[in-house]
Design a binder for this molecule. Structure first.
Ligand SMILES: N[C@@H](CCC(=O)N[C@@H](CS)C(=O)NCC(=O)O)C(=O)O
Length: 223
């Protein structure tokens, strides 16, 4: 089997794919790629990017020139949450959605929630805390993003009062995305309201052996 993943460790979208691959026990070759981050950190601070995404070969695979992208034995796919769904369906439907269409739909909905409701706030906080040079930071923007995240994590808190994991009482592919966002939120140096169910969930997610592949705080706080 040949499996390739293009991405960067500071990208939570890439980390979702890394976590999915690790949960599934799939070996892969990792190629660092980015237009906005590089070995020294953020391009916003004058660092060189990893590159690769601007080559014609990459554009042929992924016309957005974004990461992550996978090549699974010749099958190319981009869009992180579509990659997670694909990996679950192909390699372990039982682990990723209990091999059940309703669990699939529910978990899939939380993948969309992650993309639509959690990523915008988390992106802004990461930019404001780590990636922008000091003179480009905007405290009002940071405050707004933190407030947005509190509201969205409140929705997770309500769900996790009802179920152990995000789409039921067993782990699903939804937890790949929600777990990483929960980790990143806890690593941000910000105040967070008490959310006992999110805390209980976070401990359960962190205890999974596969989570060590994406846990390194440096991945989440890189500037
Ligand atoms: N909806 C896409 C968005 C991809 C995306 O915006 N990725 C970011 C990294 S998280 C990116 O490529 N940033 C620019 C870069 O690193 O060159 C997905 O989920 O895969």
């Amino acid at each position: 089997m040949s499996f390739k993943l293009w991405g960067r460790y500071s990208s939570a979208r890439t980390l979702k794919v890394i976590l999915a691959l690790t949960e599934l026990g799939i070996d892969y070759q990792f190629i660092q790629a980015s237009a906005t981050m590089g070995p020294g950190g953020s391009v916003e601070k004058g660092n060189q990017p990893f590159g690769v995404v601007n080559t014609p070969e990459y554009e042929t695979m992924n016309p957005n020139r974004r990461v992550p992208t996978i090549d699974d034995d010749g099958f190319v796919l981009w869009e992180s949450n579509s990659i997670i769904r694909y990996l679950g369906m192909k390699y372990d439907p039982e682990l990723f959605y209990g091999n059940d269409i309703y669990t699939f739909a529910s978990a899939s909905r939380w993948l969309d929630f992650e993309n639509n409701n959690l990523i915008p706030g988390q992106h802004e906080v990461a930019m404001e805390l780590y990636r922008l040079p000091a003179d480009k930071r905007d405290p009002e923007n940071l405050k707004t993003a933190i407030a947005t995240l509190e509201k969205e994590f409140g929705i997770l808190e309500s769900q996790l009062a009802k179920t152990e994991y995000i789409a039921g009482d067993k782990l699903s592919m939804g937890d790949v995305a929600i777990g990483i966002r929960t980790h990143r939120w806890h690593l941000f140096d910000i105040e967070r309201p008490e959310m006992p169910n999110v805390t209980r969930y976070y401990e359960a997610i962190k205890a999974r052996p596969a989570f060590s592949a994406v846990a390194d705080p440096a991945y989440h706080q890189e500037g």
